[in-house]
Design a protein around this ligand. Structure first.
Ligand code: ATP
Ligand code: MG
Length: 627
């Protein structure tokens, strides 16, 4: 919306109305307000004339319905832009395919502002910033002038949409009250807790929460009286006694005065698990989900990513082949899913070959018309987390699409997983490292070691009786160390236990690129063998780069540039060795360590096997330049 209209504020979370500064704008009779309400609930999106008719009159609109909708729109436009000539009044209610779109900034529509604040609060809570989350939730809850949405209910026939909105209030209110207890602000949230309890008289978790708020605000006697009311209500209406959460709250009340005590986290409900009767429980998840079970040793990475996403809208998870980038990104997305009303969309792009295909893949997941060809336009104002997974082979195309999204979609966040960062100015990069490997070959070195834990877990999947013990510790430690703690490599190696012994796997490590390739299905297809997974990183290298890369086959695991410099007088003195090494770092084939003595590069053993393979291939082509 242009600057001239920035002070126009549209409200639907109470009486449906518009304000310009402190004055109320006359938005006409109830049917005209209904049209405005319908546009506000879908702000930023196109709403067709048919949808508006159905919202206003239900499934059987009057014959003149379409004409009336046009008239209401014209009058609303006049009310919003009185000084603009009639035909140019398109800044607030813009034309859209077969209908209209409310084009007011989301910060100026209370429904959207509420959703933004709740999303920000959830990101802050996920990053353990509870006080900030509490403040944001308070601001969001205060936007609701009538949580029952009586006016909307009277105006619109879209009862499902209204229910979904009430559900959002209920969930945000639950989070607000819980955050209030957690931050010692029980008295502040008492009104909201009361309202929730009144809306859900038979919901035991919510009633228990209400009792805790009363108790912590110093109203123990009233809390005991309320408990008696609830118990009677449960008996009369459902014929049941209080369940565990209410009984525990009652015990705490009988126990004495806890007003000043530290809060026991165990007394708070796990908010996302409290079922609420209305609306969908969780935002949608489209595309591949995270693997079952917990991630090994990645708590710090997940926390860091959540923190980054609370500040930036684009983060690239980068790191060497198979180190666990995708697994980390999907787990993080699952953790913050509730912060996005539009949910999470995961586009696995390892088989995508160019920009148009990438766009089609994402549009397809969004259920949008693939011919529209514009992801940013389709996302519009949606509050959504997009994960572009395994994108290293199309970084240019990916950067183009992501840049547009970050610029044009103020409520979308993007996580990219790629061995190579995108190089965009808006991008935050989080580097993932392989899992720590055992420091020795004895059993005690394997206890609590992340790489050994992953290998053992996967080994038990194919050999349920597999356990670490003194006799197999050295073999497991060797496997973990020679495979550099790379989760993918460890997983593939463990899969061989279906048909091979541990010692057999150790023998396979002599040539891991050929030896580690168990029978395996599933996505992505380059994860079926260590060779395929690694080769993907060198596919795009030029001839000079491949020639340089082969020199890394025999260097120590840590080396400086001098160790790999070619002979200056040889055939290709113009080869930019620093440039090439920077590129290999960018592609995560090397990692860079800044030492006081100068830059050092580190190479993984499995990557050196790949360098040796390329050297052998180059040797068959003729002598290497620059040596
Ligand atoms: N911390 C972990 N705990 C348990 N399993 C893990 C962990 N990290 C990765 N894995 C598993 O290891 C395999 C490889 O991980 P993932 O696909 O995330 O690697 P990647 O870095 O994305 O690989 P690529 O570079 O090929 O994209 C997957 O099957 C994944 O589930
Ligand atoms: Mg991946």
């Amino acid at each position: 919306m242009s600057g001239a209209q920035t002070s126009l504020y549209i409200e639907a979370l109470g009486k449906v109305q518009a304000r310009r500064g402190p004055s109320v704008v006359d938005v006409g009779p109830s049917k005209q307000r209904a049209v405005l309400a319908c546009l506000a609930l879908r702000a930023g999106q196109a709403v067709t004339a048919e949808e508006l008719q159905e919202a206003v009159w239900g499934p059987r609109p009057p014959l003149s319905g379409r004409h009336l909708v046009h008239t209401y729109i014209a009058r609303l436009r006049q009310a919003f832009e009185p000084a603009v000539p009639r035909r140019r009044r398109l800044n607030v209610i813009a034309p859209a395919p077969s209908g209209y779109r409310l084009a007011v900034d989301s910060g100026y529509i209370d429904v959207c502002r509420f959703q933004d604040l709740v999303a920000q609060a959830r990101l802050q809570a996920a990053a353990d910033r509870h006080r900030r989350a509490f403040d944001l939730l308070g601001e969001a809850i205060r936007l609701w002038r009538d949580p029952a949405l009586t006016d909307l209910e009277g105006l619109l026939h879209n009862s499902e949409e209204i229910e979904a909105l009430r559900h959002r209030w209920a969930r945000a209110a639950l989070e607000y009250v819980t955050a209030g207890l957690r931050t010692d602000a029980a008295s502040t949230v008492l009104g909201t807790a009361e309202r929730m309890a009144a809306a859900e008289p038979l919901h035991e978790d919510i009633q228990a929460l209400y009792l805790s708020v009363l108790e912590r605000s110093g109203q123990r006697a009233l809390a005991l009286a309320r408990f008696a009311d609830i118990r009677a209500r449960l008996r009369e209406q459902l014929g049941v006694s209080p369940g565990p959460s209410l009984a525990a709250a009652h015990r705490r009340l009988l126990d004495g005065d806890h007003t000043g005590d530290d809060l026991d986290e165990a007394d708070l409900p796990a908010v996302e698990r409290v079922p609420l009767d209305v609306g969908p429980v969780r935002p949608p998840w489209r595309g591949r989900g995270p693997m079952n079970g917990a991630l090994i040793h990645r708590d710090v990475d997940v926390d860091a990513l959540v923190e980054i996403l609370a500040e930036h809208r684009l983060v690239t998870v980068a790191g060497p082949p198979g180190c666990g980038k995708s697994a980390l990104a999907l787990h993080t997305a699952a953790r913050i899913r509730d912060a996005f009303t539009g949910g999470v969309v995961v586009a696995e792009v390892s088989d995508v070959t160019d920009g148009p295909q990438l766009v089609r893949r994402v549009l397809d997941l969004l259920d949008a018309d693939p011919s529209s060809g514009d992801v940013a336009e389709t996302l519009g104002e949606q509050q959504l987390l997009l994960v572009l997974d395994n994108a290293e082979h199309i970084v240019d195309a990916c950067a183009l699409v992501v840049d547009q999204i970050v610029r044009a979609c103020p409520h979308a966040c993007v996580i990219v997983t790629s061995r190579e960062r995108l190089g965009l100015p808006t991008e935050a990069v989080w580097r993932v490292h392989p899992l720590a490997v055992p420091a020795g070959l004895e059993l005690h070195a394997l206890v609590n070691n992340p790489a050994a834990a992953l290998f053992t877990q996967r080994a038990m999947q194919v050999q349920p009786g597999f356990r670490l013990h003194r006799n197999n510790a050295a073999a497991v430690a060797t496997i973990c160390r020679q495979l550099d703690g790379l989760p993918l490599a460890l997983e593939l190696a463990a899969a061989h236990l279906a048909t091979d012994t541990l010692d057999g796997i150790v023998r396979r490590l002599e040539d891991p690129l050929r030896g580690i390739r168990p029978a395996r299905r599933g996505l992505p297809s380059h994860h079926r063998s260590l060779h395929d997974a690694l080769k993907r990183s060198v596919d795009g290298l030029s001839t000079d780069e491949r020639r340089f890369f082969e020199r890394l086959a025999d260097v120590p695991s840590e080396f400086d540039l001098d160790a790999v410099r070619g002979d200056r007088d040889a055939e290709s003195p113009e080869v930019d060795e620093q440039g090439i090494i920077d590129k290999l770092v960018d592609k995560s084939l090397l990692s860079f360590i800044n030492r006081p003595s100068g830059p050092i590069y580190r190479i993984l053993g499995v990557v050196q096997h790949l360098a040796a393979e390329i050297r052998a291939a180059n040797a068959s082509l003729g002598p290497a330049p620059g040596r």
